[in-house]
Design a protein around this ligand. Structure first.
Ligand SMILES: [Fe+2]
Ligand SMILES: [Fe+2]
Length: 163
């Protein structure tokens, strides 16, 4: 991925579960928005970052919880590792935001600190989707084959059906 580009949503990022794909698309769109706003320069850029970063982190946390609830429900064997990666990401990002908010605005705005941070946030999320989220998709396919459609329909939430 290139810091100088927006995320173009791509089928490669799709996990094939509508609910999750929708949340991933929404996250990508908020991250594009943050990255674009961080090109404004000067105080305006800092203001934009401050206003938008917390809602984005809240949405990220909401998405991680929905995904974890879904994985619990299907008894995903790698749930603990997945939850750990979500929580590591949230902690590292929150620390990064904390550092940014303590910096002198003049130091912050002299480089590309905010847009670099936004690009890093976006790349972290996309890598997680491509590697970790794709792993549970393989497991869902496996469960589908093993249990058959009838059992799936009566035991699993409808959002898990892969077309
Ligand atoms: Fe995800
Ligand atoms: Fe995830």
């Amino acid at each position: 991925m290139d810091n100088g580009q927006l995320i173009e949503w791509d089928d490669r990022y799709s996990v094939g579960i509508e609910l999750i794909d929708e949340q991933h698309r929404e996250l990508a769109s908020q991250m594009n928005n943050l990255w674009l706003g961080c090109q404004k320069g000067g105080q305006e850029e800092k203001f934009f970052f401050d206003v938008n970063i917390q809602p984005l982190l809240r949405y990220m946390s909401y998405h991680f919880s929905s995904e974890e609830r879904m994985l619990e429900r299907i008894k995903y064997p790698d749930l603990a590792a997945h939850v750990q990666q979500h929580s590591d990401m949230m902690r590292i990002i929150a620390e990064g935001v904390g550092h940014i908010q303590q910096e002198e605005p003049s130091a912050l705005l002299s480089g590309n600190r905010l847009s670099d941070f936004a690009a890093h946030l976006r790349d972290t999320l996309i890598s997680h989707i491509i590697v970790m989220d794709k792993k549970y998709v393989s497991y869902i396919h496996f469960v589908n084959r093993k249990l058959g459609t009838y059992v799936m329909e009566t035991t699993l939430p409808t959002e898990l059906f892969i077309g």
